[in-house]
Write a protein that binds this ligand. Structure first.
Ligand code: PMP
Length: 394
């Protein structure tokens, strides 16, 4: 059979991370390529207790169809959390439960973008978002990431000159892949510019709770008196990634359309796991659990950064204040893809930076490292091997 696929699939690239994982068959391989949370961050005992209780007392509730908006007690609890934690108090916003933050990006794009519209995003950008944009056949324009977030002049230039700009996509906290956090000044500037040019913002914040150093910054959503921000949150990094529970917090007119799109896509998010997330928030102390997770990442990131300072001192990297990743730029003379392959030969898997560029031809001499999944020993040994891989060029 000669399979003919839709043109919207043409530019979609397979997840480089998954491809790299496929090659990592040897038990000695050291994986710095994952995006998974640390296994020790999953509250297994609580999950066991909650699961048993749901099956015992609410089996029918979770096994039948639910509503597309999501499990109401969880929606209420998350809306309250947005108010208490981030002072998001506008009446026009509401919570919808989604199948992860990934679905917020997809649903928002599905309801807002026509073919040929323009999306502006941070550059480099989370590849799961890039693939969503590609699947809607839109034009993608990147704004360079600086140490404190987007280059604001570039953003304004694009807003002024590009046609049919509909959306700005940003990850202000511990961005994937760079680990960069957007300063408060830039959050305000981004909001003011998008308001001025009539652009909606997707504020993707799956890592926001994972701050282990520095002062927490209010999300852009907290300034949203005009109803232009679609905030996306997730339980993936604070409870479990496999349960696929996330949420959007968005103005009602946008939410209403997302509900329709979600009905078409997957009807509703898995009820069992929505109830599980709700019970966890009700019966256990989510903030205490998050504090526990932060300690894990504080320690692991310090270990990785210390090893990088020792073995990769010829590279440039920023010390993240939270999240799961470090972005490491190689000396200009080194070919990044060649380096990543040589690192894999040396049994260390990292993600080549071009995975996160708007097109593979975009120049990039950096790669992404993850510290949440490897063991302490692997972090130390793996960075040492990355240093050896670099020295082998000399
Ligand atoms: N946004 C970003 C920036 C991510 O890195 C990820 C995946 N780790 C997601 C969204 C998707 O998260 P979820 O598991 O909640 O769908």
């Amino acid at each position: 059979m000669n399979y003919e696929f839709a043109t919207r699939m043409t530019d979609l690239t397979p997840s480089a991370v998954r491809e790299i994982m496929k090659n990592a068959v040897d038990k000695d391989d050291i994986l710095f390529a994952s995006g998974n949370p640390a296994t020790e961050s999953f509250p297994l005992d609580a999950i066991r207790e909650i699961t048993a209780d749901i099956l015992e007392n609410d089996a029918f509730e979770v096994l039948k169809y639910g509503i597309s908006e999501g499990y109401q007690p969880l929606r209420d609890r998350l809306a309250q959390r947005m108010k208490d934690k981030y002072n998001c108090t506008q009446d026009f916003d509401e919570v919808l439960i989604t199948s992860g933050a990934q679905q917020v990006i997809d649903m928002a794009c599905r309801v807002l973008l026509n073919e040929g519209d323009t999306v502006i995003c941070d550059s480099p950008c989370y590849m799961g978002a890039l693939n969503v944009f590609r699947s809607y056949n839109v034009r993608i324009k990147g704004v360079e990431m600086e140490k404190d977030g987007l280059n604001i002049e570039q953003l304004e230039q694009l807003l002024k000159t590009e046609k049919n700009v509909k959306l700005l996509y940003v990850v202000p906290n511990f961005q994937n892949p760079t680990g960069i956090t957007m300063s408060m000044e830039k959050r305000k500037a981004v909001y003011a510019l998008c308001k001025k040019y009539g652009i909606l913002i997707i504020e993707d914040d799956p890592y926001g709770e994972l701050r282990y150093s520095g002062q927490a910054l209010a999300p852009i959503k907290s300034m949203d008196t005009d109803g232009i921000v679609i905030y996306s949150g997730s339980f993936s990094k604070v409870l479990s990634a496999g349960i696929r529970v996330g949420f959007s917090y968005a103005p009602k007119p946008v939410s209403d359309k997302i509900i329709l799109a979600k009905q078409v896509s997957d009807v509703h998010t898995n009820t069992f796991f929505q109830v599980m997330a709700d019970r966890f928030m009700e019966k256990y102390d989510l903030d205490r659990h998050i504090a526990f997770i932060r300690e894990i990442y504080r320690r692991k990131s310090a270990l990785m950064i210390g090893a990088m300072q020792q073995h990769l001192s010829d590279c440039e990297f920023l010390i993240p204040d939270g999240g799961l990743f470090v972005w490491c730029a190689l000396p200009k003379s080194i070919d990044m893809l060649d380096y990543c392959m040589k690192a894999a030969d040396n049994k260390v898997m990292v993600v080549p930076g071009t995975t996160f560029t708007i097109s593979p031809e975009y120049p990039c001499n950096a790669f992404r490292l993850n510290y949440s999944t490897p063991s302490d020993e692997q972090i130390v040994a793996g960075v040492e091997l990355l240093g050896k891989t670099l020295r082998d060029y000399k």
